[in-house]
Design a protein around this ligand. Structure first.
Ligand code: NAD
Length: 281
């Protein structure tokens, strides 16, 4: 995160009103998750920096960066597709910080292939991490929120869940059918949870990024040629940065968005606008 973004978030600390709340951010050692964990940490949220087994060093680096900015963080080891590891991570988070108020279910991956060559292992890996992982984390969060009860001095919501979806929850994606199917699933997971838990004041939303520069999609933006192709899909004329998503996550986590429930916020520079019709079709 650049210094300007850090200063902007630090300055907005009082407005976000998130100080003292606790967030679990999954997939927080890279890309969008890392930036969102940093943004939340700078805004005064105590952050559980989730990482896969083996990713402890990277998680410690993110924690150190949050602490250097005056925040509080702990690493949270769990493969999000593993029920026991997810539940144990939430237990450790509550043990250390006393409560969890926010889940950013962000961890995800791609394993693309021509459909006729896609293995069952490729299919399962993407569904297990991108969809089952979001189910397991949301379930652990909901169980904790219900057991903890309201803390009106902290937030008007019992808890806040933000699912990381994608424009591919709606845009079909050849050669990435497992990924598109997982994000389509995330959309209805989010909406169904919002419907089931709204009356208990658990606020559930999703963010659908367009093309954001992270390690998940380097092929799509690293060369001039690839970037030019990609920009044809983005009416706003630039590739997204992780800070674009982190700022949206911060707002959705905060009570500034208290009446936003069951929504997917597209942060995509207009990718959903059918850019091929820019010239009139
Ligand atoms: P990334 O590869 O930089 O980060 C993904 C993170 O998920 C990594 O930290 C990785 O370690 C973690 N992860 C993967 N499997 C895991 C597991 N089993 N358990 C725990 N953590 C695991 O990619 P990113 O672009 O930052 O992706 C973050 C999310 O944003 C994903 O859900 C992705 O689908 C979504 N997204 C990204 C883009 C984009 O353009 N970058 C667009 C739309 C949606």
């Amino acid at each position: 995160m650049d210094d300007r973004s850090k200063m902007r978030i630090a300055a907005a600390r009082a407005a976000y009103g998130l100080e003292g709340q606790v967030a679990v951010v999954t997939g927080a050692t890279s890309g969008i998750g890392r930036e969102s964990a940093l943004a939340m940490g700078i805004a005064g949220v105590r952050v559980v920096v989730n990482h896969r087994p083996g990713g402890e060093d990277k998680a410690q680096e993110v924690c150190a960066e949050i602490e250097a900015a005056g925040g509080t963080a702990m690493p949270g080891c769990a493969d999000v597709s593993d029920e026991k590891q997810v539940d144990a991570m939430f237990e450790r988070a509550v043990g250390k910080f006393g409560a969890v108020h926010i889940l950013l279910a962000n961890a995800g991956l791609q394993r693309g292939a021509r459909f006729e060559e896609m293995t069952l292992a490729d299919w399962r890996m993407v569904i297990d991490v991108n969809l089952t992982g979001q189910f397991l984390c949301a379930r652990a969060a909901v169980r904790h929120f219900l057991a903890r009860g309201m803390q009106p001095e902290i937030s008007p919501a019992l808890g806040k869940i933000i699912h990381m979806s994608s424009v591919h929850q709606g845009i079909p994606w050849a050669f990435e059918v497992n990924y598109a199917a997982s994000k389509g699933g995330v959309m209805l997971l989010m909406k169904s949870l919002a419907q089931e838990f709204g009356d208990r004041r658990i606020r559930v939303n999703a963010i659908a990024p367009g093309a954001i520069k992270t390690p998940i999609n380097t092929d799509a933006w690293q060369t001039d040629e690839a970037r030019a192709e990609l920009l044809k899909l983005i009416p706003y004329g630039r590739v997204g940065e992780t800070i674009d998503i982190a700022q949206t996550a911060l707002w959705l986590a905060s009570d500034l968005s208290d009446y936003v429930h069951g929504e997917t916020i597209f942060v995509d520079g207009g990718m959903m606008l059918y850019p091929a019709f820019r010239g009139g079709g």
